[in-house]
Design a protein around this ligand. Structure first.
Ligand code: ZN
Length: 434
């Protein structure tokens, strides 16, 4: 097998006997490669005795990887040998090689290439079309590939937990009342925030029990190594961590805290418009014109933009509540900025007091609720300020999860989808081409 054509073809145990030019039905040019095993003997798969007695020859056409621009066909000239061992029950056997096992119609390297393509994010159907392979075959090889790669995840020092929606919301009719109800399916994602583990796993639903079950499945040893858990401000997650990982420090994600403040600010703005104008906001209302500026952080507003917003509200919003809510939001951001600035404890307490007092003194219901929420999450907020840990990388993984789920939308089977998603999110650390 040292001839250059066999080396170029590059299939172990196989020699290229001939390559010819052919044309298909439409007269398009192609190539046909004739391959064979170079040895003139083969060992019986049952008894292992070597035979040289050829009984008959057959030609099969295994499908192989494309090579070059013109189509390439393979003809495997294989022989059937007679087993010469008298004690062996088998009278005859057909030779085979590892890349083309008995009865296989597709070469091993084509199957592996298809599995890698799916692993890199393409749909099973698209890969099947390109290589002209059936969906079940491609999926079976992808499954084997993924399961070999996706081992039990290593315990991370910092664990991120959050939720993603699975699929589109669906409407289900209640058989008794006849009413339609909107249902959404959620998944809880577990992400390695300290190392390179990416997505560690997923659980159905967004309940505390889902979190507890998933963590308990990992075992005591695994759980004991998780030091910090970053979550969205969801009470069910906090309770679940307290139960499953009582030793871990819980950090609440600061983006979600700022989002709560922005939500309060928007609620105040909409209420004021309703109360003052008796209708919803319009393009002529200064508070409506400034609605996006209000949500942007102060340092991301130009001085001109800030002045326009500020003066517009001073001049046209007589209650001053919108500006009060805006200041509350900025006070919270200043408090959370302690993480970036590594501010000492005294500064943290001072800023917390300023924020809480501002909300309480305002007498505005939305801001009082906001201050109460921050108070209820203060240990976890303080843990963010002192560690600076955020779920931001989890949010990045969420995008990957959504992309992978979209490509795999044909999967009704949850296990199949999870495998797809996890492989996509662990992708940075595994080179599927290797
Ligand atoms: Zn035999």
């Amino acid at each position: 097998m040292n001839d250059s054509t066999s080396i170029l073809f590059g299939m172990p145990e196989i020699a290229v006997a001939d390559v010819e030019r052919v044309a298909d039905d439409q007269g398009r040019p192609g190539r046909l490669v004739h391959i064979e095993r170079p040895e003139d003997w083969a060992a019986c798969p049952d008894c292992g005795v070597v035979s040289t007695r050829v009984r008959q020859r057959r030609t099969t056409r295994p499908r192989d990887l494309p090579y070059g621009e013109e189509p390439i066909g393979v003809r495997w000239h294989k022989r059937q040998f007679a087993c010469t061992e008298t004690l062996c029950a088998r009278k005859a056997f057909t030779e085979s090689v590892a890349e083309i096992p008995p009865r296989a119609r597709v070469t091993g390297r084509l199957c592996r290439a298809a599995a890698r393509q799916v692993a890199s994010g393409r749909s099973v159907a698209a890969v099947g079309r390109e290589y002209r392979l059936g969906w079940p075959l491609v999926h079976r090889h992808f499954t084997a590939f993924a399961d070999a790669v996706l081992l039990e995840p290593e315990p991370p020092e910092v664990l991120g937990i959050d939720e993603t929606r699975r699929g589109r919301p669906t409407w289900i009719k209640n058989e008794v009342t006849g009413k339609w109800a909107r249902t959404e399916r959620f998944e809880t994602n577990f992400v390695d925030l300290s190392g390179t583990g990416g997505l560690l796993g997923q659980a159905a639903g967004r309940t505390g029990q889902a979190v507890i079950d998933w963590l308990n499945e990992r075992g005591t040893q695994w759980k004991s190594q998780v030091r910090i858990v970053a979550i969205d401000p969801a009470a069910c997650y906090r309770t679940a961590i307290g139960q499953a990982l009582p030793h871990a420090v819980i950090v609440v994600d600061h983006f979600h805290l700022v989002a709560l403040a922005n939500k309060a600010l928007t609620a105040v703005r909409q209420r004021i418009t309703r109360e003052e104008r008796g209708r919803r906001g319009r393009a002529t209302d200064p508070e409506w014109v400034n609605r996006r500026r209000l949500l942007r952080s102060r340092e991301r507003l130009s001085d001109k933009s800030f002045t326009r917003m500020w003066n517009g509200l001073i001049d046209h919003e007589p209650t001053g509540q919108i500006l009060t809510a805006w200041i509350a939001k900025e006070e919270l951001r200043v408090l959370l900025a302690c993480a970036r600035e590594q501010a000492p404890r005294s500064v943290i307490s001072h800023r917390l007091f300023r924020f809480s007092a501002w909300c309480a003194d305002s007498g505005i219901a939305e801001l009082i609720t906001l201050a109460q929420t921050i108070d209820a999450w203060w240990p976890e907020t303080l843990a963010f300020i002192t560690t600076g840990i955020t779920n931001a990388r989890t949010e990045g993984t969420n995008r990957l999860i959504k992309d992978a789920a979209r490509v795999a939308f044909g999967f009704r089977n949850l296990i199949n989808q999870r495998r797809r998603v996890r492989l996509a999110c662990t992708h940075q650390t595994i080179n599927p081409a290797a």
